[in-house]
Write a protein that binds this ligand. Structure first.
Ligand code: SF4
Length: 300
């Protein structure tokens, strides 16, 4: 059983982390945010969430060239956004992005709101993305909690955390210390990605070893120590296989309609198999395709 852990000493943790962190050591796509608009940052967060950052970065530049503000995107046909999204996967994000741009134009005159609650009220924007925009675009005292950050905090406390607790504890790291939220977020994400990883806690080289309760537990009794991050709400989930999945066929249908639209259900079924009719209905429900007369399908 994990030993009871005291509350975190946030000042100590922040100071250790910021002394250790060197943003140049791990140059990542989207890390240089100087001069970027809140819209550009939101776009990068939406794209990078379920797609490898390097792959997303190339599309991100293309998107910003075509649609540099919510106004341009809201005015574009939805089909253009879906077609341009091709290759990033999880195409629903393209529809939500277009809906989000429309809502920002209608409700906020084209300027992204600078409040977490208002951002969460936009189509497709969840708690993580809202906080990422708040931290990275507005330097607000909050932190987007991903699996890396949740793992580090959970191990520091040696406690299994639900989403609400992990978020509250992450926010406290900035609200109680006044640390710059964007830099601190990058620092903990780097620690979780390189040292305190899902596979192993490399406590011997960790800057947070001294205040870490899980490290202390492992040293005290390595055979009884149980990794609390393995059970928390942010633990990595196993992804279903992509090959042969509905997701793969859905993507293939969208690609067909991007190049050959409109197409009949029969033509699409011939290309993509027996599941096609039911997937067409699901894609239409998600706003990714529309049904025309004569049993034809097209991008919206
Ligand atoms: S000391 Fe170990 S368990 Fe604690 S944060 Fe560092 S790597 Fe993770």
């Amino acid at each position: 059983m994990p030993t009871a852990a005291p509350a975190l000493d946030n000042s100590q943790i922040v100071s250790l982390l910021l002394n250790w962190f060197d943003p140049k050591k791990r140059p990542l796509a989207f890390r240089e945010r100087n001069g970027l608009s809140p819209w550009a940052i939101l776009l990068s967060e939406v794209m990078a969430q379920q797609t490898q950052a390097d792959r997303a970065a190339q599309k991100w530049s293309e998107f910003l060239e075509c649609w540099p503000t919510p106004h341009e995107m809201a005015a574009a046909p939805r089909a253009d956004i879906i077609a341009a999204w091709s290759g990033l996967g999880y195409n629903r994000r393209a529809v939500n992005l277009h809906r989000c741009a429309e809502a920002v134009v209608i409700e906020y005159d084209g300027n992204l709101p600078d409040s977490t609650a208002a951002l969460e009220g936009l189509p497709g924007i969840g708690p993580y993305t809202a906080r990422a925009v708040m931290a990275f675009a507005f330097n607000a005292p909050t932190m987007p909690v991903d699996t890396n950050i949740a793992r580090v905090i959970s191990r520091l406390l040696n406690r299994v955390l639900d989403r609400k607790e992990a978020q509250a504890l992450a926010d406290e790291l900035v609200t109680q210390t006044g640390a710059p939220s964007a830099t601190l977020t990058d620092a903990i994400m780097d620690l979780g990605a390189t040292i305190c990883t899902a596979k192993a806690a490399n406590c011997g080289v960790c800057p947070l070893a001294q205040p870490c309760a899980y490290r202390a537990q492992v040293e005290l009794n390595p055979f009884e120590a149980q990794d609390p991050a393995a059970k928390g709400a942010h633990r990595p989930m196993k992804q279903a296989a992509f090959n042969g999945s509905d997701r793969q066929v859905r993507g293939a249908i969208i690609r067909s309609l991007t190049t050959l639209s409109p197409m009949s259900e029969g033509e699409l079924t011939q290309l993509h198999g027996d599941k096609t009719p039911q997937l067409l209905t699901a894609l239409a429900k998600d706003g990714l395709i529309v049904s025309l007369d004569n049993n034809l399908w097209a991008l919206p």
